[in-house]
Design a protein around this ligand. Sequence first.
Ligand SMILES: [Zn+2]
Length: 377
Amino acid sequence: MSARFSFQLAATDGAARTGVISTPRGEIRTPAFMPVGTAATVKAMLPESVAATGADILLGNTYHLMLRPTAERIDRLGGLHRFMNWDKPILTDSGGFQVMSLAALRKLTEEGVSFKSHIDGSKHMLTPERSMEIQRLLGSDIVMCFDECPALPATQDRVAESMRLSMRWAARSKDAFGDRPGHALFGIQQGGVTQELRAESAEKLREIGFDGYAVGGLAVGEGQEAMFGVLDYAPDMLPADRPRYLMGVGKPDDIVGAVKRGIDMMDCVLPSRSGRTGQVFTRRGVLNIKNARHQDDPRPLDEDCSCPACRSYSRAYLHHVFRSQEIISSMLLTWHNLHYYQELMAGMRAAIAEGRFAAWEADFHAGRAEGDLPQLS
Ligand SMILES: [Zn+2]
């Protein structure tokens, strides 16, 4: 364990990188996938089960936690790690993205965003300073700058204006964050799908100086091709010796494509949310457990998966408990999906370390092209 926050790159293969982020709460092996614990829980999972899937770090949502149970209450109860019984690192978002997507009656000014809670209509204000305060009260290990991001498609003027506001907020976030040894502050690059704006944003962020850098403003409806187009140049604009985080991504093939292009960290609700809607990720792509084809099938979801859902339960059972809306269905399918995502990351880390990422990627796509197991006759 390190008393300070640091990033050590161990190997690169093409643009793909593997390494270790050290924090006082433990190490994060990169490329890393962060399960999302929105309301101080990864839904349907005990924290020790999340750790058992191989997760080194969780993501918490500032917007949700500030409204309920409030950052001040979590602070009084000893901080978010203690509150939710997770002692490994936690990254919190700034609240900026969710306030724009979830809150009512938003008003955006130079100062920040005022809004009404989607839960009870109460009035709140988020500013760079308030976001830093909330993330400090939560005890977050990796704090994100408060930023603003327009939904795509947006006009170039709107994207440029929003990016420049976010860069002014990044400077205010850095000032408000102050000097907190062992905790990291990440800047967020904006600029939509325009290379010049991405370059301007990266230059501004480097000038301010951060412990890590996120590529923001993607996975907001632009599509995979446009996202990869940006990732072909955006990571290179950020310092190579700091972690690079792609926010809110994604599907397994998005993740693989992002790692290939030099991304070190990602988060997404997809594996946990899909676990509750019956969508299952395996090496053979996606299957839907509610389909009738599984109702007599004694085989596991994936014979080579070592998660509890695959070790001890049949597709027929998982189909039954899903159709019966039993709680164990969400528990088992979420566990499997998170396990699959972490295995995916572990596979990429090993492949990059051994200089065989291209071959690994070809296998990944070949497995998915095969499709799910043929139905038993
Ligand atoms: Zn499994």
